[in-house]
Design a protein around this ligand. Sequence first.
Ligand SMILES: Nc1nc2c(c(=O)[nH]1)N[C@H]1C(S)=C(S)[C@@H](COP(=O)(O)O)O[C@H]1N2
Ligand SMILES: [Mo]
Length: 549
Amino acid sequence: MRSESRCVLSATATRSRKTRFTLASELRFAAAASHVHVRKAPKTTNRPDEWMIEQGMSGAVVPALDMRSGTTVKLPVQTFGELTKDEEAIRTMGHRDKLFAAERKGWKGFVEWGDAPEKREAAHIILTAQTFPPNPEYQFKPIPPTNPVLPGTRWKMWHHAIGSELTDAPSDSWELVGKEKHPDMLHLLQFPYIAEPPKHLVTEDLMTPNSLHFVRNHGGIPVIDKEHYSFQLDGLVAHPQSFTLDDLKDESRFPRMEKTVAMQCSDTRRIEQMLKNPGQGGEVPQAPWAEGAIGCAHYVGISLKKVIKACGGLDNKPMNYVASVSWSKVKASEVMLAWDMNGQGLPRIHGYPLRIMVFGYIGARCAIARPSRAPMQSQEYLYFPQQTGKHNLKFTDGIQIQETPVSSAIMSPWTKQVVLHHGTIRCQRWAYSGGGHWSQSVELSNDGGFNWYAAPEANLSKKHNPLNTQLPEVRTAWNWGLHVTSSCHRIMVYSVNASRPATQKRLNEFETKGIPFAPVMVPLAFPPQTESEYEEYWKEHDPRDAEDG
Ligand SMILES: Nc1nc2c(c(=O)[nH]1)N[C@H]1C(S)=C(S)[C@@H](COP(=O)(O)O)O[C@H]1N2
Ligand SMILES: [Mo]
């Protein structure tokens, strides 16, 4: 059948295209019909998702190829068994309500792990005496088209497994989202809560309203009563002290400080790296960030340097979380204890009643100093050189990320959008020079990066000391943790230039017929030429086929 169809097709090669197509589809129809009658379908050994696997669209189930010997062998991939729970081991830990009871008056949903090794050990045993569902997030499955995008099932289950003070953490956190965040937020992870504003709202104003500022939580949000709040400065100072909020706000002791700060997560624009390979890192399964994880707000507070001074200055003891922010940064008063964001206090979801802001450093440094969060720095926010295989990565090989990268993003148009224009495409974007510096120059290329056009100076905000330049391709700085995406942001649009007469004519036809122009991937809604135009063409044109013989 097949060779016959080939023969028929070649015989029709000099006929018009249209005729050829008709013949081919008739033949295919005949072939399908004879198949049903004559042969019984043999049993397949394929998986139903065979095609997806072969095309690399189901990375989690692609077998590794073992070519270490003379023959190539497909290796089995990791699978997950039934969920298990060792009730006895959990019972021996004692009452969870006692183990993880409320610790501080006026603090709900807070458990101190760092200073309580026994408690940490008990929690560790409880969590390892049972299994939880495997990572269901985007590393294994396509990203769901929902909002919240990811539910964070395992994080919720971990909190419920600990119980007591942490039982309500997931629901309290979500309730706070409803109260404090804009209804248009794109919730990437429901718990711990991670969200960014939609693109059109990112660039609406230079300043980001609190309700639209991105959120990156690593756990629940403790509900803290400000009367019972105190800020403890210990470990690194000569005379450790505890301060109430009123102490810190006392202007006779600490001069006020105000600053407009652009903060971004080290994972901003991670999605571009993710599309190359989901990578590795504790954070990766949680935060498929796009370009909205950047926000600019005005903060009021005091310099951490002044508080350290009030505690007798630095002692030469080893330091914890804050130590990882260099002393020079503190000395330059670039580390701030802030209690106000855009004149509206500090939202609970952003650290109420007090948070640290480290100017020009990744968001992950903007926490309150806690020894328990040290692993975040030493094991999570690392930039791994890509030439080292994931199987060989050691935490000590990673560069600890501090300064924010140079970055920019086109927020409009979007990739795969159809743009109708008269020769000019308007782009909306943000640009940031990294490390707290403002951009010197913002340039746009319409040919994939060969020619660049600078944005007019009048459109740029005030700047300070920029030096960094973006790499052209995301692949150039791809890293296993998918951190600090700093390459040029690329979009791909379908350009329809109505300043061309033929294009305008076609657009008019769509308009007359009342048919929307997009999407461009559907079959043409009406033919681009009439049948007679087509015939006319072939009367006047030679098909350019060589004479046989
Ligand atoms: N206590 C605490 N501080 C924290 C975090 C956190 O999970 N807990 N996340 C950090 C990270 S990774 C970032 S990017 C910023 C985000 O700040 P935002 O959620 O207020 O926008 O806070 C940082 N400070
Ligand atoms: Mo972050």
